[in-house]
Design a protein around this ligand. Structure first.
Ligand code: CTP
Length: 400
């Protein structure tokens, strides 16, 4: 979600430093590049090895280290980041910041930086309530430092009150919010369907198809990475839920439609699911038995068309509705008809014949159809198709 963004995490002295290890893990999961400065106090609570293993980066500790200063001085540490997060921010480090003291690597970097700073205080309740700390916080707040927390609750020292560091998930939500506001699709809502649907015949049997969900899941992940608030409605697949995406798991076409309609209004809808066209008219409530030699006749009824329903959703119609066309022959001609019939804005046609290897495979060759005509995209991985599509979506919203 936040690939390409960089955070410099300063861990100062306090028992809450153990929570910073979890914060590093969560930040890495969002795609952030994380560098860490560990103060002398911080290193009393967490080890440099734990911090560097989790951040997958060298840990910086010493202002006067000849090698560190030559390779990566305090000025570069601040220059090569997009945001500085201090968690935990001790009363001592906050006081140094407020006074402009620069006597170690953390305080010197903070004095030298022109980057935005978030401070997450953690200290004993008496230290928090002390007038000196409150005045320092006031000064820092006026200078534009964002103060997150603290929480109120039981403390490691046995007292109760404000001073507990806020939980890593909450800190990471603030970081996502900060970066999300600058992402190309920030504030946009996206809905993606993916995978096959399963239509039950009886409690143990169903009809379905070979869709793997790879393409739809990759699109949801790409849109979330670009900052869109993304909901994925997925049929049964082996794909893991993409990071930063709200996923609703469904089985039947009717359930997929219900989940999509409940997600409206959205700005972008991408229907990548291979929805079963039919369901069994009357699903047997008990297992159908082999009572005699005549196999059962399955009577089918037509499923709702989710793409067509979203395309004609009146005032709830997403600004941009995108469908796929799975074809085995006359690909472009069939896909053009499909686009007209379903009323979507863009259609990505692909060859799903057995020879193409598209269904279940990791590659796709797309013919992109919109009002302006047809673009033939070269063969790409499904992840590359997702990236290319999300870039196109960004351009479309920039032009609007
Ligand atoms: N689709 C849908 N709901 C359905 C059937 C299809 O939303 N009940 C969507 C798919 O997600 C895809 C597009 O419609 O975006 C085209 O799906 P495809 O399987 O290619 O076409 P069908 O409509 O099923 O038509 P046909 O099987 O005749 O090719």
């Amino acid at each position: 979600m936040l690939h390409g963004k960089r955070v410099l995490l300063i861990i100062s002295g306090g028992i809450a430093a153990y929570k910073s290890l979890e914060l590093i893990r969560i930040m890495k999961k969002t795609g952030l590049t994380v560098r860490c400065i560990l103060t002398k106090g911080g290193a009393e609570f967490v080890t440099p090895l734990a911090v560097s293993s989790l951040s997958e980066n060298k840990v910086y500790k010493d202002l006067f280290s000849l090698t560190d200063e030559a390779e990566m001085g305090h000025i570069r540490l601040s220059r090569e980041t997009d945001l500085i997060v201090i968690a935990p921010a001790s009363a001592d480090l906050l006081a140094k910041m407020a006074q402009g003291i620069a006597d170690d690597l953390a305080s010197t970097t903070l004095l030298a930086t022109n980057k935005p700073v978030m401070a997450v205080p953690a200290m004993n309740v008496r230290m928090w309530e002390n007038a000196a700390t409150q005045e320092n916080l006031n000064t820092l707040h006026k200078r534009g430092i964002k103060i997150i927390g603290p929480d109120e609750g039981d403390m490691a020292c046995g007292e109760f009150g404000p001073g507990r560091m806020v939980e890593p998930e909450e800190i990471s939500a603030e970081i996502i919010k900060y970066f999300g506001d600058n992402s190309p699709l920030a504030g946009k809502k996206a809905l993606v369907t993916s995978g096959p649907t399963q239509e039950p015949i009886d409690p143990v049997r169903f009809i379905s198809n070979r869709s793997s969900g790879k393409q739809g899941h990759a699109i949801a992940a790409a849109l979330a990475r670009q900052g869109a608030i993304t909901k994925l409605v997925s049929g049964p697949t082996n794909q893991p839920d993409p990071a930063g995406v709200e996923v609703e798991h469904i089985e039947t076409a009717q359930e997929m439609l219900n989940a999509c309609q409940a997600a409206l209004p959205v700005d972008i809808a991408v229907c990548a699911a291979a929805v079963s066209d039919w369901h069994i008219n009357e699903e047997a409530k008990t297992k159908i038995k082999k009572t005699n030699d005549t196999p059962p006749t399955l009577r089918m009824a037509t499923n709702p068309d989710i793409l067509a329903t979203l395309s004609s959703a009146g005032k709830n119609r997403p600004t941009l509705v995108i469908g796929f066309a799975a074809e085995t022959d006359n690909i472009v001609a069939n896909a053009k008809n499909k686009r007209d019939k379903k009323g979507c804005d863009w259609l990505l046609a692909n060859d799903v014949s057995a020879e193409s290897g598209t269904f279940g495979g990791s590659k796709n060759t797309i013919h992109f159809i919109n009002d302006s005509g047809i673009e033939d995209w070269p063969e790409m991985t499904k992840k590359e198709v997702a990236e290319t599509l999300s870039e196109k979506i960004i351009r479309c919203f920039n032009e609007k």
